[in-house]
Design a protein around this ligand. Structure first.
Ligand SMILES: NC(=O)C1=CN([C@@H]2O[C@H](COP(=O)(O)OP(=O)(O)OC[C@H]3O[C@@H](n4cnc5c(N)ncnc54)[C@H](OP(=O)(O)O)[C@@H]3O)[C@@H](O)[C@H]2O)C=CC1
Ligand SMILES: CCCCCCCCCCCCCCCC(=O)[C@@H](N)CO
Length: 373
C-alpha cells in the first residue's frame, strides 16, 4: 500500500531526521507528473502512479499562504489551485524544546537543518517551517503547535515522532529521575504529537505515523534499563494504535535503528558503560542518511516494521510477536526464519554474557592492583 499522498505534509519532531531525509527516493529527477498542472478535475500527482518515488519526500512543504499559485496551476479554478498548492510538497516542522531554564534552545542547529532541507527543494513553492516546542511536557502546547502548523500548511499527512534521547548506565547508577525523563521524552513525546494529529487524520482517512524505537527497543541490553524500557513502550503504543486506525487508512511505522552517527549518539558515548559499548558494537554504526531513507521508504509503503541491515532484519523477525504484518511474504518469512534466528540469538546472548563477565573480571583486577599500589 504505497502512501498515495500527493504532496504529503510531514511533521518531524526532530531536525535529525529532517536533515537527512532523502531527496526523491530512488528518483534522481522529479518524478514525472510531479507538481504537474492542477486542473479542474484533479490535483497534480506528486506520487507517481507507477509506484515510483514521491517527488518531494525530503520535506518540501505545502506552500503557506502568500506564496502565490503554483505556476502551472494558474489556469485552474480556485479550488483546483488550492488543491494544487496543497499538494505541492511535504511539510516539515521541527520541534525544539525552548524551556530556557532546562535546556538551551539550539536554534542554530534548527536553522542549519532548515537550510539543508531547503537545498533539496525541487521548486521554490516548498516550505520548511520550524516551530519550537517541548514535545514531552505539556500536551496543550503540543496541540497548539499542531494547530498552528495545520492552519498554515493544511492537515498533516505524515507525522514522524523522532525527538528522543538516550542515557545509559548501570541500573543502580542511574538517577531515578532519568527513568522519568526518558519515559517522558521517548514515550510521552511520541504520544502527544500523535494524539494531536489523529483526529484530523481519521476524518480525512489518510495518514502515516512514524515512531522511533531502537534495536534496544527489541532487546533489553546492559546499561539500557531506562532507555530500553522507554523504547519498548513505543512498540506497545504503536501496535495498539495501528489496530485502531487501520480501518481509517492510517498506517503506523516503528523504526528500530542500530547505533547511528548523530550528535545524540556522540553524547551518549561520553558516559556509556564499557559493556554497553562492546555489546552495541555487535551491529555496525549507520549514517543518519541510511536510516532516514529506510524509514521514509517504509512509512510510505505503510510497513509496520522498519529495520536496517541484516541484524536489523533478524531482530525484527525474531521479535515480531503479534505485530501486524504488511504482506503475506513478510509473515511467511517470519514463520520460516524464527527458529533459526532464535538459535542464532542464543549465541549472541552468550557472547554478551561473556563480555559482561570479562569486564567484571578486569574491573576486579584493577581494583585489586589499585588497593595494593
Ligand atoms: N543515534 C542513535 O544511535 C539512535 C537513535 N535512535 C532514536 O532516534 C531519535 C533521534 O535520535 P538522535 O538523532 O540520535 O538524537 P539527537 O540527540 O542527535 O537529536 C535529538 C533531537 O530531539 C530533540 N529533542 C529532544 N528532546 C526533545 C523534547 N522534549 N522536545 C522537543 N525536541 C526534543 C533534540 O532537540 P535539542 O537539540 O534542542 O536538544 C534534538 O534535536 C531518538 O528517538 C533516538 O532515541 C534510535 C536508535 C539509535
Ligand atoms: C538473530 C538475532 C540477532 C541479534 C543481534 C543483536 C544485536 C544487538 C545489538 C543492539 C545494539 C543496540 C543499539 C542501540 C542504539 C540506540 O538506540 C542508542 N545508540 C541510542 O542513542
Amino acid at each position: 500500500k504505497p502512501l498515495a499522498l500527493p504532496g504529503a505534509h510531514v511533521v518531524v519532531s526532530d531536525p535529525w531526521l529532517c536533515r537527512h531525509l532523502p531527496g526523491p527516493l530512488g528518483c534522481p529527477e522529479p518524478a514525472p507528473g510531479w507538481a504537474g498542472p492542477a486542473t479542474e478535475t484533479g490535483p497534480p500527482s506528486a506520487f507517481p502512479p507507477n509506484g515510483g518515488s514521491p517527488a518531494a519526500v525530503h520535506t518540501g512543504t505545502v506552500p503557506a499562504e502568500g506564496l502565490g499559485d503554483p505556476p502551472s496551476a494558474a489556469s485552474g479554478s480556485s479550488r483546483a489551485r488550492k488543491a494544487g498548492r496543497a499538494l505541492q510538497g511535504l511539510g516539515s516542522r521541527c520541534w525544539r524544546q525552548v524551556k530556557r531554564e532546562q535546556r538551551r534552545p539550539r536554534t542554530d542547529r534548527l536553522l542549519q537543518a532548515k537550510k539543508e532541507i531547503e537545498k533539496h527543494s525541487i521548486n521554490d513553492k516548498q516550505v520548511v517551517l520550524c516551530i519550537s516546542v517541548d514535545v514531552s511536557q505539556d500536551y496543550s502546547q503540543v496541540e497548539n503547535v499542531i494547530k498552528q502548523a495545520q492552519e498554515k500548511l493544511g492537515p498533516v499527512d505524515m507525522l514522524v515522532n523522532c525527538a528522543g534521547m538516550s542515557i545509559s548506565g548501570k541500573f543502580e547508577d542511574l538517577e531515578v529521575s532519568t527513568f522519568e525523563r526518558l519515559m517522558s521524552i521517548n514515550y510521552l513525546g511520541s504520544v502527544y504529537p500523535s494524539r494531536a494529529v489523529i483526529t484530523t487524520m481519521k476524518e480525512r482517512r489518510v495518514g502515516r505515523i512514524v515512531f522511533l524505537s531502537s534495536q534496544a527497543g527489541q532487546v533489553g541490553l546492559f546499561g539500557f534499563t531506562a532507555y530500553s524500557s522507554s523504547k519498548f513502550a513505543i512498540r506497545g503504543l504503536a501496535e495498539a494504535l495501528q489496530m485502531e486506525v487501520k480501518p481509517y487508512n492510517i498506517y503506523v511505522t516503528v523504526a528500530y535503528p542500530p547505533d547511528t552517527d548523530t550528535p545524540g549518539f556522540a553524547e551518549e558515548n561520553k558516559t556509556k558503560p564499557l559493556e554497553t559499548r562492546l555489546i552495541s558494537e555487535t551491529t555496525s554504526i549507520c549514517t543518519p542518511e541510511q536510516v532516514a531513507r529506510q524509514i521514509v521508504r517504509d512509512a510510505i509503503h505503510g510497513n509496520f516494521n522498519s529495520s536496517i541491515g541484516s541484524d536489523g532484519y533478524m531482530l525484527s523477525s525474531l521479535t515480531c510477536g503479534m505485530a501486524p504484518v504488511t504482506s503475506i511474504t513478510e509473515g511467511l518469512q517470519q514463520v520460516v526464519t524464527m527458529g533459526l534466528f532464535r538459535m542464532l540469538s542464543l549465541f549472541y546472548l552468550r557472547s554478551f554474557d561473556t563480555i559482561i563477565r570479562r569486564c567484571m573480571v578486569e574491573r576486579t583486577k584493577h581494583e585489586i592492583t589499585d588497593k595494593t599500589a
